[in-house]
Design a protein around this ligand. Structure first.
Ligand code: HPA
Length: 250
């Protein structure tokens, strides 16, 4: 089964009608994880809004282990993630899209593995290529199809580096300068440890990142939530179109 994990601005798959709600108990949270189950033409699709149903959980408080364990429990094998990010490189201005192929993890203190306690042996998963190329290619085709039917085609970059910061504060200009030197195209707060936990469960994972602002110090001025919200609202229509194309091509 495919799952979609929605980031800021994406809380349901409206085009697929009313979901069934499943409460999935895991070893990683006292509360069950609420998973929405939809039926698309190609079969069932699970959906989790990463920050909770009413966007209450900041990035460092999301229970990534519970979310991924719940999806694994339901038999999910592929994850398509939607993430709002700040743009660092010239091509990643507000409204642009990236399908990243690499990550640099700048987070601290997050519960970032299932292989933690009571092990019979130590486990180190291979993470050289954090994203699944075949799934990323399918996502790229869906983006191209959505662009073809759109009056305002978007810039979509098919490879790049996602730098994951701890948040919830935004970065300093110097931090973004360093991330740029490290090779980051975009900055966000939610890819890690989500991507590695999916790898630990043997799941495929691809991400569509929507730039909702220029990262700190790239252009003069302050970054406001109102500006971010406006770009996000405007961009989510396109993201929904990409998801529809992705599901109908399955
Ligand atoms: N920094 C980190 N995370 C983000 C940003 C940003 O500028 N914009 C959206 N998510």
């Amino acid at each position: 089964m495919l799952a979609i994990i929605g980031g800021s601005g994406l809380y349901a798959l409206k085009a697929l009608g009313e979901p069934q709600s499943r409460q999935v108990k895991t070893d990683y949270a006292a509360d069950a994880v609420a998973v929405q189950l939809y039926t698309s033409g190609s079969g069932p699709v699970a959906f989790i809004p990463r920050h909770g149903q009413s966007h209450r959980l900041p990035p460092h408080r999301v229970n990534y282990r519970a979310n991924i364990a719940a999806l694994a429990e339901l038999g999910v094998e592929q994850i398509l993630a939607i993430n709002a990010v700040g743009g660092i490189t010239a091509a990643m201005g507000p409204g642009a899209l990236l399908i990243p192929d690499q990550i640099i993890d700048y987070t601290q203190g997050r519960e970032s593995t299932f292989f933690d306690e009571n092990l019979t042996e130590v486990v180190h998963v291979d993470f050289s290529q954090p994203f699944t190329t075949s799934l990323s290619h399918r996502l790229a085709s869906a983006c191209e199809a959505a662009n073809q039917s759109s009056d305002s085609p978007r810039s979509i970059q098919l490879q790049g580096v996602y730098g994951c910061t701890q948040g919830p504060r935004l970065e300093t200009a110097a931090e973004i300068n360093r991330m740029q030197q490290d090779g980051c195209d975009v900055v966000g707060m939610t890819a890690m440890p989500e991507v590695v936990l999916a790898r630990e469960k043997g799941m495929d994972y691809a991400m569509l990142a929507l730039s909702v602002n220029w990262a700190a110090g790239i252009v003069p001025g302050t970054i406001t939530m109102a500006d971010i919200q406006a770009v996000m609202n405007e961009g989510m229509g396109f993201v929904h179109e990409v998801i529809s194309r992705f599901l109908s091509a399955e």
